[in-house]
Write a protein that binds this ligand. Structure first.
Ligand SMILES: [Zn+2]
Length: 416
């Protein structure tokens, strides 16, 4: 009998293991959600943490790892990386109170919009966001930069299915130093996906359009603005014999590029147009994408996000005397955006034709998407502020800026 008892106890774990259905929920009672700062120059730590933790919540982060860790494994984590912040005291209790904690983790939270971030983290943000909504979004790439970075964005669709509706296209960070535009375009994507199931107004928009949002279309310049020169604007393309670097990606599109007066032919200028129309690889990629959207379901709305100045501007930029037949409609939509922004925060925007209200531009994105891409509506939006901080907008203004801008964008979309 004794032997038989030992045998049955020995078999018990196996019997239990085979009896547990695969779909049963893991009980996270007592597990903690931790933010683990990675020690500098400590190679291999990430992999060791991954082995100990139950789940890594933000794989690929350079500076810290968010992870779910069992209570009896926390000391082992702290032995590897002592700087640990408890984000969730009891993951099981949080799941019980607030629903699916895994999805809450998988989707970046609104706190993302309280600080500026590295290029790698921006890409990870998009991946994390998309991973939370795999059935109505996908990561897209629209070309490659001079230094080989992919222009990475997110495509969001609604109940009609992928690619079934006219396109809405948002570009951010064409100018490297305009960091608030990265945040604002990401916030738009975040709103569209995270509010789709709970906000009928947003659902209506997502069901009406296919959104293509590319927060950083000048990745080399953006990285350079973070590593080397905060005030950098252009891409990082060399120009033959010149020691100056960079084409202005917003003067390189193949529409009215050859017109004089709206760009510079001096490689050292901030608005250097390049040697030929579309000779910046970022622009070739963006143009191919715009053309493909035009040829598929057409483009309803394009917004190129810039800073600063608080303007909503429409084509054309290349000729200040040209008033397009749709000028009134473009004005009406811009005015709706202007009113909505003012309604949120009192922030005042100026609306108008881009050439007459700001300055002449040739080879610009909005002109191309309007003139070649056939967009019904095409705009440049220059975000906060009016120059007190300029490009160096304090992080405390990110959230107010992206929120008011989103309200403006929604108002425009609802009239598109
Ligand atoms: Zn700009």
């Amino acid at each position: 009998m004794k032997n038989a008892t030992i045998l049955s106890i020995a078999l018990l774990p196996l019997a239990l293991a085979t009896a547990v259905p695969r779909s049963e929920k893991v009980d996270y009672t007592g597990y903690q959600g931790l933010r683990i700062t990675l020690p500098e120059n400590a190679t291999g730590i990430e992999e060791q943490i991954e082995d100990i933790a139950a789940h890594i919540l933000n794989p690929g982060q350079a500076t810290h790892i968010d992870a779910v860790v069992a209570a009896d494994k926390i000391d082992a984590i702290k032995a590897l990386a002592p700087e640990v912040e408890v984000l969730v005291q009891d993951v099981g209790a949080a799941i019980a109170e607030e629903g699916d904690i895994v999805s809450a983790y998988a989707v970046p939270s609104e706190s993302w919009f309280t600080a500026y971030h590295s290029y790698a983290d921006h890409i990870q943000f998009l991946r994390d966001l998309q991973a939370g909504y795999p059935s109505n979004s996908e990561i897209i790439t629209t070309g490659t930069s001079v230094q080989g970075r992919t222009l990475t964005g997110i495509h969001i669709w609604g109940s009609g299915g992928k690619g079934s509706k006219p396109a809405v296209l948002f570009h951010g960070t064409v100018h490297a130093r305009e960091w608030i535009t990265t945040m604002s375009t990401e916030y738009n994507a975040w709103q569209l996906l995270t509010k789709y199931n709970t906000d009928s107004a947003i659902k209506a928009l997502v069901d009406k359009f296919d959104f293509y949002i590319i927060p950083i279309v000048n990745p080399d310049g953006f990285v350079y603005s973070q590593t080397t020169d905060r005030m950098w604007r252009k891409n990082r393309q060399t120009v033959g014999s010149s020691s100056c670097v960079g084409r202005d990606n917003n003067r390189n599109w193949s529409y009215k590029w050859e017109v004089t007066g709206g760009a510079s032919t001096n490689p050292c200028s901030e608005t250097y147009k390049g040697l030929a129309a579309g000779d910046a690889p970022e622009n070739r990629g963006m143009m191919a994408h715009v053309n493909s959207l035009r040829d598929a379901r057409g483009i309803r709305l394009y917004i190129d996000f810039h800073s600063y100045g608080q303007y909503i501007l429409w084509p054309y930029g290349y000729d200040c005397n040209l008033v397009v037949p749709e000028d009134r409609a473009l004005n009406a939509l811009a005015s709706a955006g202007q009113s909505a922004i003012r309604g949120v925060s009192g922030t005042s925007y100026t609306v108008g034709n881009s050439c007459r209200h700001l300055y002449a531009t040739t080879g610009s994105g909005p002109d191309y998407v309007y003139g070649v891409g056939g967009a019904a509506y095409s705009y440049t939006i220059e975000l906060r502020d009016k120059g007190n901080y300029g490009f160096i907008l304090p992080a405390s203004q990110i959230q107010p800026t992206v929120r008011e801008t989103w309200a403006g964008v929604v108002a425009m979309l609802q009239r598109t």
